[in-house]
Design a protein around this ligand. Structure first.
Ligand code: ZN
Length: 352
């Protein structure tokens, strides 16, 4: 997930093209080629074939394996879902090349939201694939066109870790941006679509993406963080946007989407759709209840973080059994950030 300051605002986002429903056939007719095939074996160890022309690419945030996912839907109009960080751009470009998608071949880059572990590389990837349009929810668009505020607030939160984990965001040229509102649709070619729907809660501008052919639902961070080694689902509730009520509504929307599989951005595919979304909701409610209980008697934030971490450690022994795993997920989605996000939401709610 990764957390930082100022993205929750109500300012008009759209110097970008405000299209609620989008297909780009007319605009893009003739651009791009059908990607070359047949030289993809053996694949690099950060690429996994998920079937139906869907490939999972480990984008390796901060050099870690197994915490940040990107996905290529290859098809006749190849689409990349999530770019990973700016520092991951080379990893992603190499993976796409290996999958037969060269500089002229990518049609679409879509990000579930603009946090740097999902969209930090979007400017670099847009430059590497000059014909691809960049799809983002309308509230996030202006931060991709002008990332200065996003980068500044991330620097405030991450300090020296900023360069190690993320690198700098490059701007996406305005004319490359296409926005979606409550819903939108990306043309994957041959009648296949990636249908976007607004699912705020983790971030105000978050979208879910449903593959019309496979029923794959790209969850971004809207259903939390899935830990494949232990099948835990952990919360993703950072400041400033986290909102419990919106997150629960978005979880309901995801449950009703008829998905066949969840493709988490952290990390990878999960086939138990109903069970995993249920688990996500349970864990989220538990964290909010715990934070609310501790915060009610002791307003000190560090105290709340320590208490919640202790209880989490007791309750989720398998997750904490491997220190290196705990550390890498802590870099991505720390207990401290989650607690702070929940406290911010509680305080805002109580004020009014
Ligand atoms: Zn994330």
């Amino acid at each position: 997930m990764a957390s930082w300051g100022q993205t929750a605002d109500t300012e008009d986002p759209a110097r970008a093209v405000p299209l609620a429903v989008w297909t780009s056939d007319a605009a893009r007719a003739g651009l791009g080629r059908t990607p070359s095939r047949g030289h993809t074996d053996p694949m690099a160890d950060n690429i996994e074939d998920l079937g139906n022309d869907v490939f999972h690419v480990d984008t390796r945030m901060g050099g870690y394996d197994g915490i940040t996912s990107g996905y290529l839907i290859r098809g006749s109009r190849p689409c990349l879902v999530e770019t990973g960080t700016a520092k991951s751009a080379d990893v992603v470009v190499r993976a796409l090349a290996e999958l037969g998608v060269g500089p002229d071949d990518l049609s679409t880059i879509v990000v579930t939201h603009i946090h740097l572990d999902h969209a930090g590389g979007v400017g670099d990837i847009a430059e590497a694939f000059p014909h691809a349009q960049v799809v983002v929810q309308e509230k996030g668009a202006r931060h991709l066109a002008d990332p200065s505020r996003l980068v500044a607030s991330a620097r405030r939160v991450f300090g020296d870790d900023m360069d190690r984990l993320f690198g700098d965001l490059r701007a996406v040229p305005q004319h490359r941006l296409v926005t979606v509102g409550d819903v939108g649709s990306i043309d994957l070619g041959d009648g296949r679509r990636l249908d976007a729907f607004h699912n705020p809660g983790h971030a105000s501008h978050h979208v879910g993406l449903l593959d019309s052919e496979t029923g794959d639902l790209y969850t971004g961070d809207a259903a939390g963080v899935y830990v494949p080694e232990t099948a835990d689902v952990r919360p993703a509730t950072p400041p400033p946007d986290f909102d419990l009520d919106l997150t629960l509504s978005s979880l309901a929307r995801m449950r009703d989407a008829g998905a066949q599989r969840l493709l988490f951005s952290h990390f990878g595919p999960v086939t138990d759709v109903a069970g995993t979304l249920e688990r996500s909701e349970e864990e989220l409610r538990l964290w909010v209840e715990e934070v609310a209980a501790v915060h009610a008697v002791e307003p000190d934030v560090d105290h709340a973080i320590a208490m919640v971490r202790d209880r989490d450690r007791e309750r989720n022994r398998s997750f904490y059994s491997d220190e290196s795993r705990t550390l890498k997920f802590e870099e991505l989605s720390s207990v401290a950030a989650n607690v702070k996000g929940i406290i911010r939401w509680l305080d805002n709610r109580d004020q009014g």
